[in-house]
Design a protein around this ligand. Structure first.
Ligand SMILES: *Cc1c(COP(=O)(O)O)cnc(C)c1O
Length: 224
């Protein structure tokens, strides 16, 4: 299946899932995760009118996106990978949405850079819903306090929450948990759901699903 055909297929499955959950299908945004894929792979989707794309590495994004953005002013580029503080300057300059805000030092740096550059990418707080040691994200027990600090202390434009459920678990309880943290913090946007589980995520309230391999095909082995 070509990426364009797959994109249309995923889009219609998202809409069907939203409708059967009694949701407005237009409330769900599909982020096409283009990490590891080339500008030539991405270009057909841009020609098709798709605008939301996700990358997980700053350096790779800088190599591809300035040229791809040329002449298209409404591309929305999403940072979905772990963000090191020494890459915050580039992240703020080149991304429109940052899904991986997960620690005070990073939040503080983001606030500083936004002030300096006069650019305010939307921020999502990543929650480690499975409390996995190796995984990024705020511990759920600290989520409310951290969200409060991001808004109050650092004045970040916090729009929503993001999670990556443990690979070997049923994702639904994690999606429900993220939705609950969002509800009590009055955050309406939820970034959750990938190729294997985006329909479930939509049923649980996802407003951004991040889909890579189901659109572009399998990534090379060893790549994240
Ligand atoms: C790679 C990645 C995705 C997309 O994964 P697929 O299984 O290829 O759809 C989504 N979210 C994050 C954070 C990723 O790193």
């Amino acid at each position: 299946m070509s990426a364009v055909v797959a994109l249309h297929d995923i889009t219609s499955r998202i809409k069907a899932s939203a409708r059967s959950a009694g949701r407005d299908p237009s409330s769900v945004n599909l982020v096409a995760v283009s990490k590891t894929f080339t500008a030539q792979d991405i270009a057909p989707l841009l020609r098709e009118g798709h605008r939301h794309f996700g990358e997980n590495r700053i350096q790779e994004a800088l190599e591809k996106w300035p040229a791809l953005r040329n002449g298209i002013d409404d591309i929305v580029l999403h940072m979905i990978g772990p963000l090191q503080t020494n890459k915050v300057r580039e992240a703020v300059a080149h991304f429109d949405v940052i899904h991986t805000v997960d620690r005070p030092r990073l939040a503080e740096k983001l606030a500083e850079e936004m002030e300096r550059q006069g650019r305010r990418p939307q921020c999502f707080i990543q929650i480690n819903t499975g409390r996995e040691d190796q995984k990024a994200g705020v511990d759920p027990a600290e989520a409310d306090a951290f969200i409060g600090d991001c808004r109050g202390k650092w004045n970040l434009p916090v729009e929503g929450l993001m999670c990556i459920p443990p690979a070997d678990e049923e994702p639904s309880p994690h999606f429900a948990f993220l939705r609950e943290i969002g509800r009590r913090n009055e955050l309406s946007h939820l970034s959750m759901g990938m190729s294997a589980d985006f329909e479930t995520a939509v049923a649980f309230g996802a407003t951004y699903v991040r889909v890579g391999s189901a659109i572009f095909g399998a990534r090379g082995s060893g790549t994240p």
